[in-house]
Design a protein around this ligand. Sequence first.
Ligand SMILES: Nc1ncnc2c1ncn2[C@@H]1O[C@H](COP(=O)(O)OP(=O)(O)OP(=O)(O)O)[C@@H](O)[C@H]1O
Length: 258
Amino acid sequence: MEHSTQYVIETSNLTKEFLGFVAVNDVNLKVKRHTIHAIIGPNGAGKSTCFNLITKFLTPTTGKILFNGNDITGHSSSQIAREGIVRSFQISAVFPHMTVLENVRIGLQRRLGTTFHFWKSDKTLDILNDRVLDALEKVGLADFAHEQAVNLPYGRKRALEIATTVAMNPEVMLLDEPTQGMGHEDVERVTELIRKVAEGRTVIMVEHNMKVVSNIADTISVLQRGELIAEGNYETVSNNPQVMEAYMGSADTELQGH
Ligand SMILES: Nc1ncnc2c1ncn2[C@@H]1O[C@H](COP(=O)(O)OP(=O)(O)OP(=O)(O)O)[C@@H](O)[C@H]1O
């Protein structure tokens, strides 16, 4: 379906308080369709909270979330996933002694929930397997399909998380620090992977690695103490005095993407 609005996700005055502490403060985020949108900011800036609000793992104290112009603030997290906004889960969600294929399949079944009650018939299982293999292909894990997840190196385990998300074929994919803890080579591989899976959809990512952000993000939103202090491309936000100040005192190379 075509939508008139150029923004796939918009938040208006999004606010989350924890016992009076404002973790996300009046945030108006605008995410353009078919772009890679990074959310950055110093530790504790409210990035994860923002993520959890968009996917309804947390309920906003006030404010609205629009998806293709429709208010989804009242929807549950599973409803939101079915509607096409899907987030990646951390490695802890991977079953170590199941194969790579089984892991993605289980993730898919769980997320499809009740709609896949009928999955036990062979035919449905085949359809499911095809979809899983397709996702594994996309993230470069097809050759590892029958390997136990526990045997995958770290970078590939992170790719497996992304595969589970890709298998849902979401309109909007949210990735939580996809390159965290990775060595140089894996970072590059996963960066390319994100670029690839972003084709034809929107990716929102929380990412600390500025090299990754400057490489692939079309738009960057910078949070500081719960507030959105800047938004734009890498050039714009990295030259923003408030952003530079926000990053002072933290790792001094953090903003040097190139
Ligand atoms: N469930 C909660 N209860 C109370 N305070 C919380 C809760 N979740 C987050 N906070 C607080 O809200 C603030 C924002 O946290 P959040 O995790 O969103 O930041 P972040 O930008 O993702 O940080 P990091 O980069 O360290 O992951 C922090 O001060 C945090 O302690």
